[in-house]
Design a protein around this ligand. Structure first.
Ligand SMILES: NC(=O)c1ccc[n+]([C@@H]2O[C@H](COP(=O)([O-])OP(=O)(O)OC[C@H]3O[C@@H](n4cnc5c(N)ncnc54)[C@H](OP(=O)(O)O)[C@@H]3O)[C@@H](O)[C@H]2O)c1
Length: 368
């Protein structure tokens, strides 16, 4: 039997999902049920009837009922019982949730084709702990502020595993931007970018949620950073966060600018747009360049609606597996040549390497 801590909580009821730059309109009009008076239900699962607690018995949430990239078509609002956290869980009253471009990949089942509706929408949130299980109470307590990257965020309350909850110093929407957008840029550039000081990095959709972080992390690594965007206002923002060369592709030709100003190509591309931008990015790579496929937002929606998803393209296949395709041409690696030869000679001398040679012994022409 799980235990629940529902400790006195006189805080003002906050309607779920606040504003911030990326607050969701989809949930406007959601009002939590009236609060009741407060009692302490600590450790007593059999008292867990919410009678008198400040947690309402029911809540609203968005549920994906149909797989579709059209968010409004995919989700519906439901009124359900406020969930009970298990022994190792937290019950979080959401204050802000993040709305990401990736949400439509999620609602359309593109990220995990095995997931079938109905399932809860939204995957990042920040709020306060209002209830928790006994094991979870070894690390958290009611009133703690936490952020999380777990499904079911578009809800007034979400149950989150304590081990997956990130303590935050304040419930600020800025922390939300780090959960997916920031973490994607940080980890992708660190693990796959192999950035070196002085290299050139091209970030597409640079003023977007994750692009803004890629710009800043590449700059911190001592790189020259180029960022694409569609307005002068965004170009100004990119300058303000350290981007060396914002390119407003609405007013200057991206391909021509890259060719003219970066004739040797770019060392790393952090690519979120896909389609013709991806092709241009591949073309613009320098020798030994690296291209990280982050997304393909150009394929999500067009003026004529939601195009069919092309899951069989190379960038999609690579992204779904965090896999890479890398080119190799020996003359580009002569700096590694001496060490490679020396090492192989030694292995051969020690009998650790077999060097099979086809001397033609088995060929029909042998002896002719
Ligand atoms: N791989 C991962 O784990 C991961 C994690 C996070 C995000 N992503 C992906 O990264 C991409 C960006 O996500 P985000 O959250 O940063 O998005 P976002 O904040 O919505 O920014 C996207 C930006 O892309 C630009 N864009 C360029 N061409 C576009 C087009 N045809 N349609 C719409 N936007 C276009 C727009 O900026 P301009 O108008 O200035 O060009 C837009 O503001 C998405 O594909 C997302 O799915 C992937």
């Amino acid at each position: 039997m799980s235990s629940l801590l529902l400790v006195r909580n006189g805080r003002r009821a906050v309607s779920v999902i606040g504003g911030g730059r990326r607050g969701t309109d989809a949930l406007s009009g959601v009002h939590p049920a009236a609060r009741r008076t407060i009692i302490d239900l600590s450790y007593s699962a059999h008292f867990m009837d919410f009678q008198g607690s400040s947690i309402p018995s029911s809540m609203k949430k968005l549920v994906v009922n149909k797989l579709s990239p059209n968010f409004r078509e995919a989700v519906a609002m439901q009124t359900v019982a406020v969930p009970t956290p298990g022994d190792a869980d937290l019950l979080v009253r959401n204050r802000f949730v993040g709305v990401n471009a990736s949400d439509i990949n999620y609602t359309s089942g593109r990220y995990d084709p095995s997931v079938k509706p109905p399932f809860d929408a939204g995957f990042e949130g920040i709020g306060e702990v209002v209830g928790l299980g006994l094991s979870a109470s070894s690390r958290f307590t009611v009133g703690d502020m936490v952020a999380y990257f777990t499904s079911g965020a578009f809800s007034e309350y979400t149950v989150v595993k304590a081990k997956e909850s990130i303590p935050v110093p304040a419930v600020k929407p800025e922390f939300l931007t780090l959960l997916v957008s920031g973490a994607t840029a940080y980890i992708a550039l660190k693990r796959l970018g192999d950035l070196k000081e002085g290299e050139t990095v091209l970030v597409t959709a640079a003023a977007g949620g994750t692009g803004q972080f890629a710009v800043q992390f590449a700059k911190r690594a001592g790189c020259h950073v180029i960022g694409t965007c569609s307005s002068n206002e965004k170009a100004g923002f990119l300058k303000s966060i350290g981007c060396d060369r914002p390119i407003n592709y609405a007013s200057e030709d991206l391909a021509k600018t890259l060719k003219k100003e970066y004739p040797k190509g770019v060392d790393v591309v952090y690519e979120s747009v896909g389609g013709s931008v991806l092709e241009l990015a591949v073309k613009s790579l320098a020798t030994k360049g690296r291209l990280i496929v982050i997304g393909f937002i150009s394929g999500y929606q067009s003026a004529s609606g939601f195009p069919p998803f092309r899951g069989d393209t190379l960038p999609v296949r690579l992204l779904q597996k965090s896999a890479s395709v890398r080119g190799f041409f020996l003359p580009h690696f002569f700096s590694d040549y001496r060490e490679a030869l020396g090492s192989m000679m030694q292995m051969f001398a020690k009998g650790e390497l077999q060097c099979e040679v086809d001397c033609g012994d088995l060929s029909e022409e042998r002896g002719l």
